[in-house]
Write a protein of this length. Structure first.
Length: 199
């Protein structure tokens, strides 16, 4: 199959799109346990950047698992494939000139390394939302932890499946000690230089 596919040279390049947008495009990957605050941070960050005129798009479980990845389970193999597809989608959005914000548990270190490889290391920012399991269970907005404790949900990260925390994330956020505004401010400050587009 691959041998019958050839690349097409498009007239509008990623450089052209970045120049038109007046900013670079890259992937901000937010990882952490379910209930850690990933989606809340992603949503707040996108709103902050949107107000500044930055072209963005958030990818999370709601728009990925309900659509393109609806055929995948939460088995270790399917989790890896889920993240691989997300990385490829992110790459397309980056080519379109967008700053992509991905909010996913992404429990395996090797899988996150693969995401970094796909989008290239210079276009990958890893954010670890370091919220304790106890706090995540306390929040349990969707009641998932209760179901997992009862054995109603299999392969649930933190309960019946492992979470391999990032060892050297670009940014670490502790939601038990930091406000949403502080977390967003920390990220915005970190990406400020990276956003600047210079020909």
């Amino acid at each position: 199959m691959a041998k019958n596919i050839s690349s097409h040279t498009y007239h509008v390049s990623v450089k052209d799109r970045r120049k038109a947008n007046k900013h670079n495009s890259f992937l901000i990957w937010i990882t952490g346990l379910s209930g850690s605050g990933k989606s809340t941070i992603a949503n707040g960050l996108e709103y902050n950047l949107h107000k500044k005129g930055i072209k963005t798009y958030v990818l999370d479980g709601d728009n990925i698992r309900g659509g393109i990845n609806q055929n995948l389970t939460f088995s270790p193999e399917d989790r890896v494939e889920n993240n691989r597809r997300i990385a490829e989608i992110s790459k397309l959005f980056m080519d379109a000139g967008c700053v992509v914000i991905g909010a996913f548990i992404s429990p395996y270190k090797k899988s996150r390394e693969e995401i970094k490889r796909i989008v290239t290391p210079e276009n990958f920012i890893e954010i670890y939302v370091n919220t304790s399991l106890e706090e995540c269970e306390k929040r349990d907005v969707k009641g998932l932890y209760k179901k997992a404790r009862k054995g109603e949900i299999k392969d649930f990260t933190g309960i019946s499946a492992p979470y391999e925390a990032p060892e050297n994330p670009d940014i670490e956020i502790k939601t038990e000690n930091e406000s949403l505004e502080e977390a967003i401010g920390k990220i915005v400050n970190y990406i400020k230089k990276k956003l600047q587009y210079n020909e």
